[in-house]
Design a protein around this ligand. Structure first.
Ligand code: C2O
Ligand code: CU
Ligand code: CU
Length: 526
């Protein structure tokens, strides 16, 4: 249990409210100093590393922002800086903020040794403004686009999306948060001071070697179940500690893990308010004490730190595998709740925000129109008849995706033991799987007979109509673009943005090893 001690002094709060990614090693060392019984004023309430806050960049109407993919140095584990990847000189990237009704431009510049592209996950723009199906910029090349921003306020993200390499690239740091603002959200009176009472939390899990380097190795088990590590990182650091004001605070949560579902709750089991899902605000806040976020998903919650310090935990993520009537639970690499972030609450002079009774509300459809078209997508993990030895050769799958130079990724060279399929087929970029009419709404029925999959669709928002034949879970009742499909789900999808056959939109499992393995399809909208 966590001891509650005297509140932090105002000075302590001011000096630590916003910590940039380059927190000095002295800061880190001071924060990790073991607790003693002394009442010296510098004594930390929680040992750990100050939570880094990504730089917030406002994309300006008509102007161009350079998003530079490059290598950088970063200490995931305090005191152990290593080579890693990111954008603009930081591991992960800056948070890009865009405003509804503006048309800023972004130029992606590749200074990596590997090819790269970028997908704006959750941004509702024509496929021509998204590089997810771009085969990849070579070193030194750049790609520029305008972004026609026209959607409600929401927390989104961006990440590299090269087919077959997304798991490794996102693991290595090619991801960042993106925020859409609009006039309604500004009028809600929500906490909105970046890094103080409006705090981004990029949640990931890793395996570290002794040097503090994140290790990414592909094995058939990893391809089948996804990569899950025992060490939790938030905004790129282990043992994160955030200083927060002792009042209402907004947390923007992003699950940027390869495969882990974060099962989020506070150590004292306090309630919090869910105010937004992937695509923006709920109609009204939902009071919860547990929130499950699947890879790719976002949520915004309000937490009242007037209730005191809080520790955000994630529970073990064991998952079920089914085969006909048989089911087995695969245990997680962690067997007890793990700490994500400790929040030290201190009073300040500012008045607390109030939880709004109503939020901006989604305008998305949540009732299907008469005569709506239905499509069905069955997600399966199947043994590959073409693989040598009938399947699970531990060395065949992604043979070369092992540890090595941080800025190198090569492709698998032999038949994979498993086929990752949707409706019986693995991904092929040149094949168009579905053709949808521009402006249509459809019901997409997603079925996952073997195991749960996080299903994501590019270029749209959807409402979850049903989960496993019943009412959707509390956290699946807002506007969505990614949802964990445990058995089956019906999604009401509206297609408001065009995509042609040269640049189709994609739908896929967001468990990144499944996506890379081919559990993905293409669709046009026109
Ligand atoms: Cu975040 Cu195609 O995905
Ligand atoms: Cu699994
Ligand atoms: Cu999957």
């Amino acid at each position: 249990m966590i001891e509650l001690r005297r509140p932090l002094t105002r000075r302590a709060l001011l000096t630590s409210a916003v910590v940039v990614l380059s927190a000095s090693d002295e800061t880190v060392a001071a924060a990790r100093k073991p607790k003693t019984r002394s009442t010296a004023p510098a004594e930390p309430i929680f040992p750990g590393t100050p939570l880094p806050i990504p730089r917030l960049v406002d994309l300006v109407d008509g102007a161009t922002f350079d998003l530079v993919a490059e290598t950088t140095r970063h200490a995931f584990v305090a005191g152990k800086p290593v080579d890693t990847l990111g954008y603009g000189g930081t591991h992960l990237g800056p948070t890009l903020r865009v405003t509804r009704g503006t048309r800023p431009k972004v130029r992606l510049i590749n200074r990596l040794a590997r090819p790269t592209n970028v997908h704006w996950h959750g941004l509702l723009v024509p496929s021509s403004q998204d590089a997810a199906t771009h085969p990849g910029l070579r070193t030194g090349e750049s790609w520029e686009t305008r972004l026609d921003v026209d959607q409600p306020a929401a927390t989104l993200w961006y990440h590299a999306h090269i087919h077959g390499r997304t798991a490794r690239d996102v693991h290595d740091g090619l991801a960042g948060m993106m925020i859409v603002e609009d006039a309604e959200s500004a009028g809600l009176g929500l906490p909105s001071t970046w890094g103080v009472d409006d705090i981004p939390l990029v949640l990931q899990d890793r395996v570290f070697d002794e040097a503090g380097r994140p290790v990414f190795e592909m094995t058939p088990a990893r391809v089948e179940h996804g990569f899950r590590g025992p060490d939790m990182i938030v905004n790129g650091v282990t043992e994160a500690v955030a200083k927060v004001p002792a009042r209402l605070v907004r947390l923007r949560l992003l699950n940027a893990a390869n495969a882990r579902n974060f099962r989020l709750f506070f150590e004292d089991n306090r309630n919090f308010r869910l105010i937004a899902t992937d695509g923006g605000f709920l109609r009204e806040p939902a009071e919860l004490s547990l929130l499950v976020l699947t890879p790719g998903e976002r949520a915004e919650i309000l937490v009242d730190f007037a209730e005191g310090h809080g520790v955000l935990l994630t529970g073990p993520d064991g998952h079920e595998h089914r085969s006909g009537a048989h089911g087995a639970i695969l245990p997680d690499v962690i067997d007890r709740p793990a700490r994500l972030v400790a929040f030290e609450a201190a009073r300040d002079e500012l008045p607390t925000a109030k939880v709004p009774a109503r939020l901006a509300g989604s305008t998305a459809l949540d009732r299907p129109p008469a005569g709506v078209r239905r499509r069905r997508f069955e997600l399966r993990v199947l043994p590959n008849p073409a693989a040598s030895g009938g399947g699970l050769d531990p060395h065949a799958m992604h043979r070369s995706m092992t540890r090595g130079s941080v800025d190198r990724a090569t492709e698998t060279d032999s038949a994979p033991p498993l086929l990752l399929t949707i409706n019986g087929r693995s991904f092929a970029m040149e094949r168009i799987d579905e053709k949808v009419d521009l402006g249509a709404s459809e019901i997409w029925e997603i079925v996952s007979p073997d195991m749960a999959h996080p299903f994501h669709v590019h270029g749209v928002h959807f409402a979850v109509l049903s989960e496993d034949g019943g009412t959707p879970k509390a956290w699946n009742r807002g506007p969505k673009d990614t949802v964990l499909v445990e058995n089956g789900a019906e999604l009401l999808v509206t297609f408001a943005h065009p995509a042609d056959a040269a640049r189709p939109f994609l739908y896929h499992c967001h468990l990144l090893e499944h996506e890379d393995g081919g559990m993905m399809g293409t669709f046009t909208v026109g």
